[in-house]
Design a protein around this ligand. Sequence first.
Ligand code: CAA
Length: 400
Amino acid sequence: MIDFEFSEEHKILRESVRAFAESYRERIIELDKKHEVDPEILRHMGREGFLGVCIPEKYGGAGMDYVSLAILSEELERVDTSLRVPVSVHVGLNSLGLLQWATEEQKQKYLVPQAKGKKLAGYALTEPDAGSDAKNLKSTAKKDGDFYILNGSKAWISLANTADHFIIFAYTGPRELGHKAISAFIIERDWKGVSSAFIKDKLGVRAGDTGMLFFQDVEIPKENLLGEEGEGFKIAMSCLDNGRFTVAAGSVGLAKAALEASIDYAKQRIAFGKPIADLQLVQQKIANMVKGIEAAELLVLKAAWLKNKGKRNTRETALAKWYATNVASQAADDAIQIHGAYGFSADYPVERFWRNSRGARIYEGTDEIQTLIQAQYALGIRQDKPLRKTLPPWPFPEDS
Ligand code: CAA
């Protein structure tokens, strides 16, 4: 049976996340204008329990489901993308990756403090020369006794300067083996040889920390290998199945914010002797936003349903991400058009929505990668293979 009703728990979560995000609205606008980040906002998110939303209680999380993760992402991005991005990387790309792939010891050491919001976590796949072509990594981790020696760099990493732990990917074997020679590791910011830098002057997500990571002869203890040697690429892709989900849900929030701003403005702005809400070409833009938002929301909820069931959702999540980010981008663009010259000014929020919406069509898999993924599934060129480890269904079993 299909159920479109949100539970009481979902409704309470939505209210509390909305109140949290609204309390930071003015601060975020100020940070966005100055291109500054405020790590205290993330620590506050941790204290609220948001950073462990869908992690089992056994590991310090709130034990909620994937619809809750979607609500959290949506409500944060309704105010600003920089509030949602930490959830994407900390929960989506890292903590759920640990829940799926980490050993019990690794979970106790890293996942528990992350789920409790005491430590912040990131994910570092992308490099200066490896974006869509994620196998083209230059980073290497050479085995040396009880350690792997990591060298290389990572680019466009969210929370690069803020997170305490990262999941990173590097070649541990010969490049000729392709992705089968890539391994995943958990590393700590404070380790010798790890450094970072901010990427400044971005088009959007200006109140968010985006940066570079540098590794120089970093000694990674062998127990920090995540999964098995050569399993890193699959781990990277499976983490993206959760990161992309939060990007999709967040985009629904951004699109809703663009719609709300457009409705408010269209009702009060008078042109040709009447509110512009009466003009059919304005109505067409509003109707298109409504259509896109509803469809994007359904795609997100379908992916959430699959996740709750513990079923593979790579295709559905990628589709939700592709569609929702485009809906948000178009909604923000149309919102500027409805606002006319005022939409071009920072006195109204829609130019910020437009700048913020653009990156989501690039990060965590570009429009083009998402297009190829869908075509390949449809044509039978791409097929999911069973994985050695999978995420537990929700409600989480006692031992997950
Ligand atoms: N889960 C688990 N395993 C997966 C998987 C998934 N979702 N997708 C693929 N795999 C497995 C495949 O089954 C295959 O396994 P075998 O070796 O057993 O055959 C293996 O991984 C290789 O997969 P493909 O052959 O499908 O790889 P491909 O080269 O055809 O396609 C791609 C890969 C889809 C193009 C991929 O490279 C991709 O998604 N690129 C975009 C990367 C991306 O989104 N980067 C953004 C990272 S975000 C970041 O780093 C910054 C930040 O802070 C957010």
